[in-house]
Design a protein around this ligand. Sequence first.
Ligand SMILES: [Mn+2]
Length: 172
Amino acid sequence: MIIVMSDSHGESKIVQEIKTKYQDKASAIIHCGDSELDATDSIWEGITVVRGNCDFDDGFPETAVLNADNEAIFVTHGHLFGVNFGLQRLTDAAREHNCEIALFGHLHTPIATIEEGILCLNPGSVLQPRGRYNIKMYAIIEPTQDTFRISYLDREHQLIPDLQFELPRSNK
Ligand SMILES: [Mn+2]
């Protein structure tokens, strides 16, 4: 179970709440940037976090690669990879790092799609949702042998009915 959140824009409470809720059962907790917190904040112990375009603390890395649930995962905020204009540069970067999962934020809107065999996932924003789904949210990825099970949850940790997916792996 991989927990993904992003774009908390100054609110630490929800980051801490998600961390506390999942730290004993998730194999990874990931924040895709624009936390606007300090990189040295103890809240990041046990969380993989990257730097967003609104993070002025350059102590955050621009990208991260980690392994969780036997999956190699590439994490970046997205602004440096042009995600406003498509996912090609993101998938290219994930492939360069031999990752089958690419996590990003920046758009504040949920996206879960397989592009060229790579799961590209945006967890939405836990504070400032944009686009069709006006819900503050985060995401859970549960990899299986043949699929990625993806659930989006609201801030009350309830499943969002329209945003539950099981995406087949295309290259296994
Ligand atoms: Mn943002």
